[in-house]
Write a protein that binds this ligand. Structure first.
Ligand SMILES: [Zn+2]
Length: 137
């Protein structure tokens, strides 16, 4: 498989590692959007949120939190975004699950959430209720 993150896991492509265990690898993003921008990935290939196991996902989010704690201690960041894009329509570019840890600083100019489409309609209370009933588990 021609997956860049699998190659990083195998050591075929170097990375600036910040954490590693049997299931999870975390490293500095080579194209950081802010200082300290890290990626946390599963060692075993999963494409995205749709196919990753709950067990590995739990490990990834905990590693993410620990990285945030370290970044807070080391660089005193006041804020952070944890971002996962799953699927091409969500902007996923590397098709191997990855959680971005994006340190944020006052007036850093980053637009993580994007902008709402101008024609976006607010759903009615009834529509929200109906949708919640369908999603509930
Ligand atoms: Zn992969």
């Amino acid at each position: 498989m021609d997956c860049i993150f699998c190659k990083i896991v195998k050591g075929e492509i170097p990375c600036t590692k910040v954490y590693e265990d049997v299931d999870v690898l975390a490293f500095l993003d080579v194209n950081p959007v802010s200082l300290g921008h890290c990626l946390v990935i599963p060692k075993q290939h999963s494409e995205n949120i749709f196919d990753i196991s709950e067990n590995v996902l739990q490990k990834i989010i905990v590693v993410g939190k620990r990285i945030v704690e370290k970044l807070k201690t080391v660089t005193n960041i006041p804020a952070v975004n944890l971002v996962n894009s799953s699927g091409k329509d969500a902007g996923q570019e590397v098709m191997h699950f990855h959680l971005h840890i994006v340190p944020r600083r006052e007036n850093d100019g980053l637009k993580i959430h994007g902008e709402k489409p101008k024609n976006l309609q607010k759903p009615s209370e009834q529509e929200l209720q109906k949708l919640a009933e369908l999603i509930k588990f």
